[in-house]
Ligand binder design. Structure first.
Ligand code: PHE
Length: 450
């Protein structure tokens, strides 16, 4: 309790971003991840493109972006983590603190399986550098991937590397995070652009364009619509307090609205560029797409080998995926570490070690659940964790933040944090979106879903 009181008075004990641009970069790093490169191309393909893309875009603009802005407003206003923010502004209401704790638990869950997939990308990057992936054929690539999934020690090894790198960066605080993201993002962008050119140069982009932007080619089902909205939350990293803590490190003079729009734009652009990289190959080579990891780890490497400079394209693909995954992992671990260290008043480095170990061991459930261990394979923890996190925790977390900021902060306070006029149309529209539209919409959707 005393620690809580102390922390309530202590401002921003974890640091500050060096500028507004640095904030945009770290938020983009958090947003761009497996969701853009792995999930979006796959679910869009599965749902037939066109209308799914349209619903996704509407969900970004009218639901996810407004909620994202609300989260940043909350952090900037309180200068605290998500649990601290809820507690402080609700006058120690236990229920709200509990909602914050739920977000931290969700973050732990997501990080545990996210790290395992990041490990897969790292392994393929190392193999690609050594030239091993050139040997893969249509027939052998599936078995090669499955052998790797079933190899328990290899799974743990690469999961360990991913967790270790993330832990080292987060232990260094905001400075470390900023530096790491500034090094990784340019490599990530460069690799993606090179891959997109290679793929569209070979196979053209017309079919991809039509698939994505022909808005009335198919009848969309309500389940696909729900998936599109859920993914809008996942891709912008909303609902587990990342943007609250990132907002709390924001220098006072930085304007939230333009920065958030930049982040959402960059994230959406990358998701589309990922499609323009993968679809031409998929369509051009007339591939069957069975599942999402199938696209990335079995079919793409084989077809990349066939393109000019193919020997180097797989390493590009997997450094891209590894960096995208690690920049997101950093943000998820940062939520957990900042919250635990602020709330329990513990030093950052020690907290990082403890939390990394906790997530690391939890990750075994996913690492050994793809063939290495019979019991865990039957449990399919990774799929369940992904499903619960994306469809339950993130939307619920998002609604909570939207309602909390909507109703606990006065219009005057919100407008002041946003640095806009209370009477401006932008402010009014945003306020209605977070107070009523987003919560009612998401809630109705969830009732239908479960
Ligand atoms: N936004 C990340 C992605 O697109 C994933 C993520 C989800 C990160 C939730 C943090 C929190 O891959």
């Amino acid at each position: 309790m005393q620690a809580h009181l102390l922390m309530g008075q202590q401002n921003n004990h974890q640091g500050n971003w060096s500028s507004g641009f640095a904030f945009i970069l770290v938020s983009v790093g958090s947003a761009i991840g497996l969701g853009n490169l792995w999930k979006f191309p796959y679910i869009t393909y599965e749902n037939g493109g066109g209308e799914f893309v349209l619903i996704y875009l509407l969900a970004i603009v009218f639901i996810a972006l407004p909620v994202m802005i609300a989260a940043i407003v909350l952090g900037k206003r309180t200068k605290l983590n998500i649990v601290g923010s809820y507690r402080k502004l609700s006058n120690n209401n236990r229920w709200w603190s509990g909602v914050g704790v739920m977000a931290i638990l969700a973050a732990t869950l997501i990080l545990s399986f996210y790290s395992v997939i990041s490990g897969w990308a790292l392994k393929y990057f190392f193999e690609g550098m050594q030239g091993t992936l050139v040997l893969l054929t249509k027939e052998s690539s599936g078995a090669y991937f499955q052998d790797f999934l079933s190899d328990g020690s290899a799974q743990i090894l690469y999961h360990s590397i991913a967790m270790l790198v993330t832990g080292l960066i987060v232990a260094m605080g905001t400075k470390g995070i900023e530096t790491a993201i500034k090094c990784m993002l340019p490599v990530l962008f460069a690799a993606l652009i090179i891959l997109m050119f290679a793929s569209t140069h070979q196979y053209g982009s017309e079919q991809t364009f039509n698939f994505l932007f022909d808005f009335d080619q198919n009848q969309i089902s309500i389940n696909s619509a729900i998936e599109a909205v859920g993914h809008a939350f996942f891709t912008l990293s909303i609902g587990i307090g990342i943007l609250v803590i990132y907002g709390s490190y924001l220098p006072d003079n930085v304007k939230i609205l333009p920065s958030s729009i930049m982040v959402a734009l960059a994230d959406t652009a990358i998701a589309f560029i990922a499609c323009f990289t993968m679809y031409p190959i998929i369509f051009g080579a007339d591939m069957e797409v069975s599942n999402s990891s199938g696209i990335l780890f079995t079919t793409l490497p084989v077809h990349l080998n066939e393109l000019p400079f193919g020997r180097w394209l797989s390493p590009f693909l997997f450094i891209l995926i590894s960096f995208a995954a690690i920049t997101s992992m950093i943000s998820i671990l940062e939520v957990i570490v900042s919250c635990v260290s602020e709330e329990l008043n513990l030093p950052r480095k020690k907290t990082t070690v403890v939390m990394v170990l906790l997530v690391y061991f939890m990750g075994f459930l996913s690492a050994l659940g793809n063939g290495a261990n019979h019991f865990l394979t039957n449990l399919s923890f990774m799929d369940k964790a992904d499903f619960i996190a994306s469809n339950l925790f993130l939307p619920l977390g998002g609604i909570s933040i939207a309602c909390f900021v909507g109703f606990y902060l006065s219009n005057k306070e919100k407008a002041a944090v946003l640095q806009v006029s209370e009477n401006s149309l932008t402010f009014k529209v945003w306020n209605v979106l977070i107070k009523y539209f987003a919560p009612i919409f998401i809630f109705t959707m969830m009732i239908y879903f479960f």
